[in-house]
Write a protein that binds this ligand. Structure first.
Ligand code: GLU
Length: 472
């Protein structure tokens, strides 16, 4: 396998793409166009930090314009580099295609360690980055719409919105220039936990398929499954919570400083609170410490959820992975070398570009909300409640029986924004899972679910190009 220094994340995405492209019959020129990044913007800008001037390196890559706007998060991390941002932008294109979200893929990144800066300095960096994007026409509700990613969240998104709004006064759809905003700033309810919930819906759907589970020697359903989650950030924390609520046993959790294990099961919120308090996941009462977080990836379990960064399971450690299912909540946690080893071991890898698409799906709902200037549920909630109430009254008078008041209350309820967002997300993840599995089952030569997901994505993007026509 390639050493860490030689590893090219974009190269890995290209490799997976080529593997899948061989199962399609699209023109090689179209395939080449899909694979490349359409526009790459690398910038340097100065920011005053303390009494020094620091030169900040940042990127925004638009991978595909087959649909616009482009869409994808912004990452703040020391190791952010062009190769990584290009790979993540490409994954966004395929991700959006698979879940039928009408965007081209993009990604941004600032090469900083956010922990080393004060909130004020981070705000200056974020605002300056946004101003650079505006100058080059790399941001806007119809152009390119950023969102949170590793190291960023609601706070950074509201700085982006505010900078955009002040430099583009009067733009009526300005709220749609970024997603993942706080609800008070035009965000949508349910965006924060969306990626984790999407991971859960996707894995649950696969675990509900009898033939898939038979092949792995597992029973159907989530109940009782032994789960390990690597990463307790926004995605990892919420994934772990949803698995726990559905009756799975969280036997291992990992963070930078190490990992903990308990066969009896860990209470996710208690571990989270323990880490907040002690600044470490280690020494959680009743659990066994593992020295490195990499050891958690090798625990014996049913479902392993890597929810941190890319390249954590590779040619070196894939042979020691004992999970039966790997649900890629992070982007690119497995290298192509790991894929090959795991296929031979009959491990089912549920691929990132579909499994973690819950974030961008709900970002799409947020963007639609911003363009329509109305909260979900506002128009229909009361109407549905009145209708349900009439129906229930009719049922009572026709049957001569009374419905339990508590049941009545529940049945009557019209949908709130959060209900609509979650049902839209659930529908999206279920449809995408079935489409990928269908494609896999129809072509027995496709070796794994990742390749099947790429085939589905390539078909959709290529169809879009075919319909658009290539510019003469
Ligand atoms: N950063 C997230 C991802 O990798 C979300 C992107 C978005 O919402 O646009 O999918």
């Amino acid at each position: 396998m390639s050493s860490l220094h030689e590893y090219s994340f974009f190269g890995a995405v290209e490799k997976s793409f080529d593997k899948a492209a061989a199962f399609t019959s699209w023109d090689p020129g179209v395939l080449e166009q899909i694979k490349q990044c359409n526009a790459v913007y690398r910038m340097h800008f100065p920011v005053k930090v303390g009494d020094k001037i620091e030169v900040i390196k940042a990127y925004r890559v638009q991978h595909s314009h087959h649909k616009t706007p482009c869409k994808g998060g912004i990452r703040f991390a020391t190791n952010v580099n062009l190769d990584e941002v290009m790979a993540l932008a490409a994954l966004m294109t395929y991700k959006c295609a698979i879940v039928n979200v009408p965007f081209g893929g993009a990604k941004g990144g600032i090469s900083i360690d956010p922990k080393k800066y004060s909130a004020y300095e981070l705000e200056k960096i974020t605002r300056r980055y946004t101003a650079e994007l505006i100058k080059k026409n790399f941001i806007g509700p119809g152009i390119d719409v950023p969102a949170p990613d590793y190291g960023t969240g609601e706070r950074e998104m509201s700085w982006i919105l505010d900078t955009y709004g002040s430099m583009r006064p009067g733009e009526i759809d300005a709220l749609g220039c970024v997603t993942g905003k706080p609800v008070t700033q035009g965000g949508v309810r349910g965006r924060k936990e969306a990626t984790g919930l999407g991971v859960f819906y996707g894995v649950r759907e696969v675990c509900g398929m009898k033939d898939m589970m038979n092949r792995l020697g597992l029973s159907t359903g989530i109940q009782g499954k032994r789960v390990v989650v690597q990463g307790l950030g926004n995605v990892g924390y919420h994934s772990a919570k949803f698995f726990e609520e559905a009756g799975a046993k969280i036997i291992g959790l990992a963070e930078f400083e190490g990992a903990i294990f308990s066969e009896k099961g860990l209470n996710v919120d208690e571990v989270f609170a323990h880490r907040q308090k002690t600044k470490s996941i280690l020494n959680f009462p009743g659990a066994t410490n593992l020295k490195t977080n990499a050891e958690a990836l090798e625990l014996e379990c049913d479902i392993l959820i890597p929810a941190a960064l890319e390249n954590v399971i590779n040619g070196e450690n894939a042979g020691r992975v004992k999970a039966k299912i790997i649900g890629e909540a992070a982007n690119g946690p497995l290298t192509p070398e790991a894929d090959e080893i795991l296929v031979k071991k009959n491990v089912l890898v549920i691929p990132d570009m579909y499994l973690n698409a819950g974030g961008v799906t709900v970002s799409y709902f947020e963007w639609l909300k911003n363009l329509s200037h109305v909260r979900y549920g506002r128009m229909e909630k009361r109407f549905t409640e009145n209708l349900n109430s009439q129906l229930l009254n009719q049922m009572e008078s026709l049957s001569g029986k009374r419905i339990d008041p508590q049941d009545k209350e529940e049945i009557m309820q019209g949908p709130e924004e959060i209900d609509l967002v979650r049902s839209g997300l659930e529908e999206t993840m279920i449809t995408a899972t079935r489409e990928i599995i269908d494609c896999w089952q129809k072509n027995k030569a496709i070796p794994d679910m990742r390749t099947a997901a790429y085939v589905v994505a390539i078909d959709k993007v290529a169809t879009s190009y075919a319909e658009l026509g290539i510019f003469p």
